[in-house]
Design a protein around this ligand. Structure first.
Ligand SMILES: *Cc1c(COP(=O)(O)O)cnc(C)c1O
Length: 400
């Protein structure tokens, strides 16, 4: 078993978290990824970059986001005291903007003039189009043709923000195919183009870089919990896992303290024996989009189609650091079905007056199951990764 305390210095130089991660890309992208890694490492040490990043998080994103005591949810579930980390209050309605801000600042620093991104449900596309508008940068977003049909509202948002939304028409015409198109574009235009990836996935250094742009979530939890409860570290952290960025952003500053139980909740869709997106629960190691991680695949190693009622969790891969955290046993991964997520939406809405995103609702469902294992003195923090406005159509249909 790997040593969990090593997490603070992972990945290694080649981008590995244990056996997972790395960089499996066409030759032409190797120098671009090295240049990116170099730029990221120097920016991280540069007080001017940090000041600019934190200034935008404060004045544009609206950070720090609140840490809300969920009094009635705590009463209802009858275990430890539950706090909600309110990423739903970020500008654009979810945590994704933390990373988009970090990466566009890096793009400017590197002198890139053209931004590309992939998007599934459109949330990362909206975050990217938002920061491109803010900085007056050209923005091209690849989106599966099928997803463009399903997520019209976000397509309108991106176009209003000035982005060029291009349909990916190959394969299943969803996120996996949009990502392939974005990689193809990057290969062709690598000189002036910066690729903003939307989760802790892809080749090194993306998983580490995206994580670092989200650890502000966990760092704020430490400060806010100390103010409210007199201690920085809770007993349990819980978050939903698609690619894994909101979860790792909250978990990471706590991983070295092994008395903090960390729980990631994947989407098990129609159930683990039906169509699902439970990559860590049922996937096997394989390479997708430039990294080695757990992957949903069939007997022949072909990537399977993922399914979840929540578009943001509907991805057959997962970030390599999560693969390693699962293997090392440091983080527990469980899953929640579409049905349980719908119950989670209703539970948080009715008890706290907070309508969560369907992704977040999976974490609520996971907590509803696990809260009973905790003591009334325990402190629990749930990452409320986004708000549910974008999902109202789906929620209304599922409830009728
Ligand atoms: C995209 C999204 C997720 C899933 O992405 P992660 O990288 O796993 O965080 C979760 N919640 C919301 C609200 C999202 O928009």
């Amino acid at each position: 078993m790997s040593e969990p305390t090593l997490t603070a210095v992972l990945p290694d130089e080649r981008g590995y978290f244990g056996e997972f991660g790395g960089s499996f890309v066409p030759e032409i992208l190797v120098p671009a990824l090295e240049e990116l890694n170099e730029a990221f490492l120097t920016a991280k040490q540069d007080p001017a970059f940090q000041a600019c990043y934190h200034g935008l998080l404060r004045d544009y994103v609206g950070r720090p986001t609140a840490l809300t005591y969920a009094e009635r949810l705590t009463e209802r579930l009858g275990g430890g005291r539950i706090y909600l980390k309110r990423e739903d209050l970020c500008h654009t309605g979810a945590h994704k903007i933390n990373n988009a801000i970090g990466q566009i600042l890096l793009a400017r620093r590197m002198g890139k003039t053209r931004i590309i991104a992939e998007t599934g449900a459109g949330q990362h596309g909206v975050a990217t189009a938002t920061v491109c508008a803010r900085f007056g940068m050209e923005c091209i977003v690849y989106m599966g043709a099928e997803d463009i049909e399903r997520q019209q509202l976000n397509v309108h948002r991106m176009r209003l923000l000035g982005a060029d939304v291009r349909p990916a028409t190959s394969g299943s015409q969803t996120l996996k195919d949009a990502t392939n198109e974005a990689i193809r574009d990057w290969v062709t235009n690598v000189r002036d183009t910066f690729y903003i990836i939307g989760s802790v996935v892809g080749p090194h250094p993306y998983p580490a870089m995206v994580r670092d742009f989200h650890t502000i979530i966990g760092e704020e939890v430490k400060t806010q919990l100390h103010e409210k409860e007199g201690r920085t570290d809770p007993d349990m952290l819980i978050a939903c896992v698609g690619g894994g960025s909101n979860a790792i952003g909250m978990f990471h500053p706590f991983l070295r303290n092994t008395s903090v139980r960390c729980v990631g909740v994947e989407a098990s869709g129609e159930g683990l024996d039906g169509r699902h997106a439970a990559t860590l629960t049922l996937g096997k190691p394989g390479i997708l989009h430039g990294a080695l991680s757990y992957l949903l695949q069939d007997e022949e190693g072909q990537v399977s189609l993922a399914h979840s009622i929540s578009a943001g969790l509907d991805y057959p891969g997962v970030g390599p650091e999560h693969a390693w955290l699962k293997q090392s046993g440091r983080v527990d991964y469980v899953s929640a079905t579409d049905q349980e997520a719908m119950e989670g939406v209703q539970l948080l809405s009715e008890t706290e007056g907070i309508i969560p995103a369907l992704e977040t609702a999976h974490a609520v469902a996971g907590l509803a199951r696990l809260a009973g294992e905790t003591d009334p003195d325990d402190l629990i923090v749930l990452n409320c990764s986004g708000r549910g406005d974008k999902d109202m159509q789906t929620i209304a249909e599922a409830l009728s």
